[in-house]
Design a protein around this ligand. Structure first.
Ligand SMILES: Nc1nc2c(ncn2[C@@H]2O[C@H](COP(=O)(O)OP(=O)(O)OP(=O)(O)O)[C@@H](O)[C@H]2O)c(=O)[nH]1
Length: 368
């Protein structure tokens, strides 16, 4: 599961943050990946050179923050090398400012980038929407979408697909948008979704998210639609659990510098009963990932059933990433027909997960 060690630094997939000066690129990177509070970003200085950050968490990739004043097309940049290992180009537009220049830059960049890497995904963050009314947000999104689509058609690039997100660092929208961007870089996404669907249907769970704990990005969810309020509740639960475990959890000694730090371990488990008869259920899957589920109180009468199903789910997740680890190390042929994948498909078989109707309390206690 030690994924960040599985790829050398230069081989990690890249995500490029591009946009005009002061559009909010560094703020996004600091808030999402370095836990900076949004208010502190007011004091960020303008970035003067490309800042490359290795994301140390479950997700194995690098973020490159391109300063707004740098010309992406400058001949001193080897675009072929920069774009070759790039998974996504994220364009950040300041929605509170005049954005016509930003749109021209986006179209010019797409024209060039599409020549170097046809697999790139293009993401547009219509950013700083916190100060705007709902109607204005929709109007701006429609206008930006239309202008970019027209310009791309003009360049004969109508096949390019771009995704648009309304974002702000002052609420959960930036995490939701980043979650969707990152999910496109995770090849195992359909398998993870499938596992979550099986878990939800067999445990009567309304919604389940698999979170990267450090960034609070969800790397997968079941296929029912994401309701932003449910997402916010589940995401907030991670903060609550981390805060409580930092204060009251067991102290762990840091081997490198001998200091003590508190973090939650692999047995972390939390249940919160809400006033509206709903239950939040959190289990840590490994040091990077946590499963957070939202379910009705009446479906939580047999917590042991959920614990048992979670154990099956956790085992399947471990096998998903064991296959990836072995592929990264060249231990398996890069094909669909590898034994690990067959094993994985076996685990996807819903028979491995008990259903509420087929298990009774005595079975649960004996199987855990
Ligand atoms: N209202 C609001 N302000 C934001 C948001 N995100 C960033 N800002 C502010 O925008 C300003 C510029 O942010 P930066 O992150 O430095 O912008 P940048 O794109 O990295 O700028 P360069 O380094 O010059 O390229 C800061 O004062 C941030 O506090 C947001 O979501 N809402």
């Amino acid at each position: 599961m030690d994924l960040e060690n599985s790829l050398p630094f230069e081989a990690k997939p890249r995500l490029l943050l591009l946009g005009l000066r002061r559009s909010g690129k560094s703020s996004i990177e600091r808030v999402v990946f370095h836990k900076m509070s949004p208010n502190e970003t007011l004091y960020l200085e303008s970035t003067s050179k490309i800042s490359k950050n290795d994301v140390i968490s479950f997700i194995d990739f690098q973020i490159w923050d391109f300063p707004g004043q740098i010309d992406f097309f400058d001949s001193s940049f080897d675009l072929e090398i920069i774009l070759e290992r790039c998974g996504s180009l994220v364009f950040v537009i300041d929605a509170q400012d005049d954005y016509l220049d930003a749109l021209n830059r986006i179209v010019d960049t797409v024209v060039i980038a599409s020549k170097f890497n046809i697999k790139l995904s293009y993401e547009v963050f219509i950013h700083k929407v916190d100060g705007l009314s709902d109607d204005l947000k929709i109007e701006i999104q429609r206008d930006i979408h239309q202008r970019i689509t027209e310009e791309l058609m003009h360049e004969n690039l109508e096949d390019i697909h771009m995704s648009f997100y309304l974002t702000s660092i002052y609420d959960h929208s930036i995490y939701e948008a980043f979650s969707k961007v990152i999910q496109k870089l995770i090849p195992q996404l359909p398998t993870l979704e499938n596992l979550l669907n099986i878990l939800c249907s067999n445990s009567n769970i309304e919604k389940a998210f698999l979170f990267d704990v450090m960034s609070k990005i969800y790397i997968a969810t079941d296929s029912s639609p994401v309701d932003i309020q449910t997402y916010e509740l589940c995401s907030d639960m991670i903060d609550v659990v981390i805060d409580i475990s930092c204060i009251y959890g067991p102290k762990q000694e840091n081997e490198e510098n001998g200091s003590e730090n508190t973090s939650y371990g692999t047995d972390t488990y939390s249940v919160i009963h809400l006033a509206n008869s709903m239950v939040l259920y959190l289990r840590e899957v490994n040091e990077h990932l946590a499963l957070v589920c939202f379910l009705r109180e009446e479906n939580f009468e047999k917590p042991g059933l959920l614990d048992y199903n979670f154990a099956c789910f956790k085992k399947a997740i471990e096998e998903v990433f064991e296959v990836r680890r072995r592929l990264a190390q060249g231990l398996l042929p890069d094909s669909d027909d590898v034994p690990g994948n067959n094993k994985l498909n076996e685990n996807l078989n819903s028979n491995n997960i008990e259903t509420a109707s087929t298990i009774n309390n005595s079975d649960i206690t004996s199987t855990i």
